[in-house]
Structures are given as structure tokens and as C-alpha cells.
Design a protein around this ligand. Structure first.
Ligand code: KIV
Length: 284
């Protein structure tokens, strides 16, 4: 790994105030974290999207704290320097401030995260305050919040009407007032992002919410063709790792069937005299 400096909250705020766009990607495992570290990604989100991208569930709801911690630890080993955000899974913070602080603390103590993320607006203000008061930076998450997909009517654009957009703006204000360190806006109209970015004193990150934010986030598996079920419109494919892997697997199957693999240089033989001795020993 290179001589990259640790990305801290002051580094992120410095980039925000000097207009340097922030880069953010989701990550769930050691080898991909290693590559993200090499690429100089500022912020890595260990998202509970791992329930879908890694574990194959149809939603993020079955993901547990133990799942999250295991993956966050692996990501931290691969990327010692990115600002690492642990995504608080379903029901790890919704019930009480105490649960929220305890579970946020686990991300910091057990996975060396730099911050946690939780979904929701004004209704989560007391959770955000409690976690922030415990000294843990919190990233808010507004717009399409997958843990509430059932009540939002599915995975769809949020804040299309002025009234719906006003609620998102008010939620952002409430989060900022309670000490949130940054806010992620998922799938909201570009103008709403611009409005919030214009008034916010904290970094605003866009996921499918246009360019008028301090930074951009994409889901790793969408970027590289690794999620077979669907690719959302907001996702840009930067490579087709899925195709590369599938082609490789098909070639492997074909080579085994054709008895081409393994080639002589990929295995070992003992000396003939040792083998003769072995046979005698086996026969007794
Ligand atoms: O879990 C995740 O990856 C997320 C993104 C969708 C923002 O929360």
C-alpha cells in the first residue's frame, strides 16, 4: 500500500469547504477494500446493502449487527486510511437511544470505524444527538431509505412534489441541528440536493441525487456488474467484473472437461524412487 494519509473528519470538512468533491463507495470485504484504498477513495460505507449484494436477501432487513461488524472489520483491514462508515442495520437503533449508542459504539470499538450511518430524519433526531454526544460522528441518510422501503412504496424517487421535498429539507435541517456530521441523500431530485447543499454546514453526499452535492456515492456491486438481480438507473458501470468472472468460470469448466487443466506446471510429483518406496510401504 502507498503512503496515503488517514482521512479524518477535518480532512473531509477541508475538502468540502475548498470545493474538492468527496468520493465514496460501498464495500464489504478485504480485497475490494484494498483496491479502494489503492484508488484513494475518501469515504467507504460498509452498507447494510450487503444483505442483498453479498448475502442474497431481497432486502436489507435481515442484516444483523454481527453481520455488519464482521464485514466492517474485513474492510478496515483492507483500507486502513479511508473514513470508514458503518451502516446501522435494521432495529439496531430504531427502538431506543440506548440501543443506538451501544450499537454505534460497537462499530467504533470492534471494527475501528470512523462514523456510523443511520436512516431517517426528524424522527431520528434524538438517536443522532445521543450517538453524537457519545463522541461518535453520525452520517444521516434521507430520501430513499431502504429500511423503510415498505412505507415509502418501494425503491423509488423521493421528494418529487414540493410538499414531499419540503419534508426532506426540514429533515435535513433537523439532522444538522442535532449534530449530524454528514448527510447522504439517496434518490432525491437534483434541485432538492442543491437546496440542501446550499444551506448545509456539513458535507452532503449524493447517491443518485445529482451533482449538486459535496460528494458522490455509488454501490460497488452496481459499478462493476456484480449484482445480477437489477441495476438501478442511477448506477454507472465502470467495468464488468461479473462478465470477466463468468467468462473465467466457463473456461475453467471447459478446461476440466477437456482435461486441459491442471497443466503439468501447476502440480507436483514426488521422485520416482520415493514413489516406489511408498508403494512398497502401502502394500506392507
Ligand atoms: O446500505 C447501503 O449501501 C446504503 C446505501 C444504499 C446508501 O445505505
Amino acid at each position: 500500500m502507498g503512503d496515503r494519509k488517514k482521512v479524518t473528519l477535518p480532512v473531509i470538512y477541508e475538502k468540502m469547504t475548498s470545493g474538492v468533491p468527496l468520493t465514496m463507495v460501498t464495500c464489504y470485504d478485504y480485497p475490494m477494500a484494498y483496491l479502494q484504498e489503492e484508488a484513494g477513495i475518501d469515504i467507504i460505507l460498509v452498507g447494510d446493502s450487503l444483505g442483498m449484494t453479498i448475502l442474497g436477501f431481497d432486502s436489507t432487513l435481515p442484516v444483523t449487527m454481527d453481520d455488519m461488524l464482521r464485514h466492517a472489520q474485513a474492510v478496515r483491514r483492507g483500507s486502513p486510511n479511508a473514513w470508514l462508515v458503518g451502516d446501522m442495520p435494521y432495529m439496531s437503533y430504531q427502538v431506543s437511544d440506548e440501543d443506538a449508542v451501544r450499537n454505534a459504539g460497537r462499530f467504533m470499538a470492534e471494527a475501528a470505524c470512523d462514523a456510523v450511518k443511520l436512516e431517517g430524519g426528524a424522527e431520528m433526531a434524538s438517536r443522532v444527538r445521543a450517538i453524537a454526544n457519545a463522541g461518535i460522528p453520525v452520517m444521516g441518510h434521507l430520501g430513499l431509505t431502504p429500511q423503510s422501503a415498505a412505507s415509502l412504496g418501494g425503491f423509488r424517487l423521493q421528494g418529487k412534489s414540493a410538499e414531499q421535498a419540503l419534508k426532506i429539507v426540514r429533515d435535513a435541517e433537523a439532522l444538522i441541528a442535532t449534530g449530524v456530521a454528514a448527510i447522504l441523500l439517496e434518490l432525491v431530485p437534483d434541485q432538492v440536493t442543491g437546496l440542501i447543499t446550499g444551506m448545509a454546514k456539513v458535507p452532503i453526499i449524493s447517491l443518485g441525487s445529482g451533482p449538486n452535492a459535496h460528494g458522490q456515492l455509488l454501490i460497488f456491486h452496481d459499478m462493476f456488474g456484480l449484482y445480477p438481480k437489477f441495476t438501478p438507473k442511477m448506477a454507472k458501470k465502470y467495468g464488468d467484473a461479473g462478465k470477466v468472472i463468468l467468462d473465467g468460470l466457463r473456461q475453467y469448466v471447459a478446461e476440466i472437461k477437456a482435461k486441459v487443466f491442471p497443466e503439468p506446471e501447476r502440480y507436483f510429483r514426488m521422485k520416482d524412487e520415493e514413489y516406489e518406496k511408498l508403494k512398497r510401504l502401502v502394500e506392507g
